[in-house]
Write a protein of this length. Structure first.
Length: 111
């Protein structure tokens, strides 16, 4: 079972840009970090993507969506599935980038 993501998580685009992690709820926490739920990352900003802006490429600036399987099918907070460290997602980069969870923000709770 993979760890649940919290607001202390470190998530990047495949090119190293950092995703701004902002939880949609603050009432349920693990080790001081609010649990992230689906769709908290949709629309999140990305800073520092290394892809250059050219006529054929564009750096990742925003998370477009997370993909199926990124959240728990059994554990919810406020009726929303919690996001897991197995998260996969797509960015608005050209070509589109993917997301990488560097650190879930906690190791105590798995789902």
């Amino acid at each position: 079972m993979p760890p649940v993501l919290t607001s202390n998580a470190s998530i990047t685009c495949v090119h190293g840009g950092r995703v701004a992690v902002r939880p949609g709820q603050q009432s349920v926490t693990i080790d001081g970090g609010a649990i992230m739920c689906d769709p908290d990352l949709s629309g999140a900003t990305i800073a520092g993507c290394s892809v250059p802006s050219t006529t054929t490429s564009k750096p990742c600036m925003t998370v477009v969506s997370t993909l199926p399987g990124s959240s728990s099918q059994k554990v919810t907070v406020g009726g929303r599935p919690v996001l897991l460290s197995t998260l996969q997602g797509i960015t608005d980069g050209v070509p589109p980038g993917t997301l990488i969870v560097q650190d879930a923000g906690q190791t105590r709770v798995q789902a």
